[in-house]
Design a protein around this ligand. Structure first.
Ligand code: ADP
Ligand code: NI
Length: 217
């Protein structure tokens, strides 16, 4: 198979796997990450084949839905790409990106060492910001049975991935624990630029939510 056939079969495979997800990790999320990752990668001069494959495969077996297993995603991606006869160096790079992608808590660094990884991580993080970020956070919270907000349950700044994984707080806490921290953790110039307006929208949303909740808005 040539590169474009590998990309197209992978897209069809992922679409089949994630089509019915209702937690914000559906095929449309993957398509938006693919588009933004490629746009960022062009600006950064990154390898577009690796970026496109990593973007397509990044959520096929997320730890959040696989009993906390952090390596389930890269294992599934490796098996798939091997079945297509993809070259080993590209598979290894895609798998390293998938393993390093996730946010792991306010106190945990998740820097990406290659421009390809930085492009995919920034594109995935843009999806946690802006109007789509708000929608995805509450979709995820609903799917997990979480409260919208609870004034008696303050946010926690998680110092380890273990603590972050166990968290089951109300969805508004997630804005403080992750979403509002992302703009300062973008790894590329393009990602940082795209994050600004989306971050402001999130901050305005939280301010307005709290004003309405407390009867002052
Ligand atoms: P990551 O790789 O950083 O985990 P994902 O692409 O898997 O990112 O998507 C994570 C998204 O899922 C978050 O941006 C948010 O919208 C939603 N999410 C994850 N955890 C929570 C949570 N505890 N509360 C609300 N939303 C959450
Ligand atoms: Ni994602």
């Amino acid at each position: 198979m040539n590169s474009s056939q590998i990309v197209e079969s992978t897209a069809a495979h992922v679409r089949g796997l994630l089509g019915a997800d209702a937690t914000g990790h559906d095929w449309h999320h993957v398509e938006r990450v693919r588009r933004n990752a490629l746009a960022i990668a062009r600006e950064e001069g990154a390898d577009l084949f690796v970026v496109e494959l990593a973007a397509l495969l990044h959520d096929i077996a997320d730890w959040k839905f696989h009993g906390g297993d952090e390596l389930a995603g890269s294992r599934a991606a490796r098996a798939w790409l091997e079945s297509l006869g993809c070259e080993v160096s590209a598979i290894d790079h895609v798998c390293r990106i998938i393993d390093g992608l996730s946010f792991k808590g306010a106190g945990v660094e998740t820097n990406m060492p290659t421009p390809e990884g930085a492009a995919v991580q920034d594109a995935d993080r843009l999806e946690a910001l802006g109007a789509i970020g708000v929608a995805r956070a509450f979709a995820y919270g609903g799917a997990k049975g979480r409260l919208l907000y609870d004034p008696e349950h303050p946010p926690e700044m998680h110092a380890s991935f273990e603590a972050y994984k166990k968290n089951a707080g109300p969805t508004l806490n997630h804005f403080y624990e992750k979403l509002l921290l992302l703009k300062d953790r973008m790894q590329t110039g393009a990602g940082r630029r795209m994050a600004q307006e989306r971050h402001q929208y999130l901050a305005d949303f939280v301010a307005r939510f709290l004003a309405e909740w407390h009867g002052s808005g």
